[in-house]
Design a protein around this ligand. Structure first.
Ligand code: NAD
Length: 475
């Protein structure tokens, strides 16, 4: 271990033990020094956080592109090196999902793109030359979810810092300690190596009020909010530009031409990932009637455990509450293990079961709600057209993710056009659309209502043109 790794390791432990404004003694390459987490980009006051981020962003811009690139590489390296420890910290704090997958999510940050994604467009002609350059916004106000606290913050940080920005982050209150651990480690590494002050300024005790202050702050040029319907609506209402990565309820359609075993393995892989916490994860499956029994058999062969329709209805009564006119997921069951769900309906689920499934009808709230649990309802559709109609209905117009299993190109094209989602996955797990099992780069923020798609450094830039009139053209 080199000095920097030792330093970061000890800070993470110390910060975790002593989160708060107290002084913390850490081992640095220069010996033991006392630091306060508050000096490492951790704030309780939004104004102070914005002030710091503004100054740090100017240092970042002055440092140049190579430094930005090195910072992105360093973040990926740190998240990989600390994946076990940070995964455990996040799992223990949030108490949702699966430890093994929390670790994988940190390792997958490797696939988030950096400065190589920035591009300059050049125009050259009789009247001279012009360049359109991807410039930073300045300070970005960032809201992150509890479902992937450190991964979303890191993914956003790589994209935003590659683009030359600093951040003020309001984490979810139930994932704030983990996010602070990550932010402190990153800020410390940037300070040690590049002498740049904190670029990730994080609110230690986030509230809806601090989120609101970030939304409204004059020093924040752009907002990036990742979360459910409430925060998506709130961010969209603001009088400044917001990039919004909102909720989903991804439907799957299976037709009679599908490879059922591949479909079953894929549905399990996607829906069971972190106990179905992913916004892209398969949440309900519509199978054409003629393929229904074969598909249910394939799920069993692939290792999922089938509940009866009655057990699925009982499970829904346990894990959803009905409030006014809509269902709400009971928080204690979000990201729960399969055996916990099984216990609720007196079914003993074998250890190591990734996913539960059952035939249900449309009245079961597991169909309409974004359940974020490792149980997936399967519904019979009279034919392919009906299956697509149901997929569109239960995607709720979020425009997020949809999946098809089929070898009929006409069906694939028909559904892809009709469902009109940001991500459309064919014959693979939902994770394939973020580079895990498919092609393409990764990101933990898929901007859906605002249309930027899988976010990357370019998402967080503004284009500026310089025009040189009548000169600099060499040909
Ligand atoms: P959540 O909506 O409860 O919270 C998300 C964040 O928004 C938190 O930091 C929370 O404190 C904040 N927040 C909530 N309401 C707010 C309001 N009115 N004003 C300001 N801030 C507010 O969601 P969660 O449980 O943390 O995460 C799961 C949700 O996020 C799911 O709906 C999932 O689909 C979505 N999500 C989407 C993406 C994507 O890329 N599109 C990625 C991850 C999660």
């Amino acid at each position: 271990m080199n000095n920097q790794e030792q330093l970061i390791g000890s800070v993470v432990q110390e910060v975790l033990r002593q989160l708060g404004p107290q002084q913390t003694v850490v081992n640095t390459s220069a010996g033991k020094v006392a630091v306060s987490p508050l000096g490492l980009g951790v704030f309780n006051d939004v104004d102070q956080a914005v002030d710091q981020a503004t100054r740090s962003q100017q240092q970042l811009v002055a440092a140049g592109m190579e430094v930005r690139s090195a910072i992105c590489d360093m973040f990926k390296q740190l998240s990989r090196q600390n994946a076990q420890q940070w995964g455990r910290i996040e799992f223990e704090e949030t108490k949702i999902g699966r430890l093994d997958h929390k670790i994988v999510k940190l390792e997958l940050l490797e696939a988030v793109p950096g400065v190589e994604f920035l591009r300059t467009a050049a125009h050259s002609g009789d009247k001279g030359v012009s360049f359109d350059e991807a410039a930073p916004w300045g300070v970005i106000g960032v809201i992150i979810p509890v479902t992937h606290s450190i991964p979303t913050m890191t993914s956003n940080a790589i994209s935003m810092i590659a683009a030359g920005n600093a951040m003020v982050v309001n984490p979810h209150p139930s994932g704030a300690k983990s996010a602070v651990v990550g932010a402190v480690a990153y800020n410390l590494a940037i300070k040690e190596r590049f002498n740049i002050d904190p670029l990730i300024c994080i609110i230690e005790q986030p509230t809806l009020r601090s989120a609101e202050e970030i939304f409204k702050h004059e020093g924040i040029a752009l907002l990036a909010a990742t979360g459910g319907p409430g925060v998506a609506r709130a961010a969209l209402k603001q009088p400044k530009r917001a990039i919004v990565a909102g909720p989903g309820n991804p439907p799957v359609v299976v037709d009679e031409t599908a490879n059922f075993d591949n479909a079953a393995r894929s549905i399990i892989e996607g829906a069971a990932f972190d106990n179905n916490l992913l916004c892209i994860g398969e949440k309900e499956v519509f199978v054409v009637s003629s393929a229904f029994d074969a598909m249910m058999d394939a799920m069993r062969r692939a290792g999922a455990v089938q509940l009866t329709t009655q057990q699925a209805d009982e499970l829904a009564k346990e894990v959803f509450s009905y409030e006014k006119d809509h269902y709400a997921v009971k928080k204690q069951y979000v990201g729960a293990d399969t055996h916990v769900l099984g216990q609720l309906v007196d079914v003993n689920i074998p250890v190591g079961t990734d996913l539960l499934y059952a035939e249900t009808d449309e009245s079961n709230p597991f169909v309409s709600e974004e359940q974020m649990m490792p149980f997936v309802p399967f519904l019979r559709a009279a034919d392919f057209d009906r299956a697509v109609d149901l997929a569109i209905k239960y995607e709720h117009g979020f425009g997020h993710t949809a999946v098809i299993h089929s070898s009929n190109l006409d069906h694939i094209t028909q559904m892809g056009r009709a469902v009109n989602t940001t991500l459309f996955v064919v014959n693979g797990p939902s994770t394939a659309c973020l580079g895990a099992g498919g092609e393409g780069y990764a990101s933990y923020s898929i901007a859906t209502p605002t249309g930027e798609g899988v976010t990357n450094p370019l998402t967080f830039t503004r284009f500026r043109r310089v025009a040189v009139a009548g000169a600099l053209r060499m040909v």
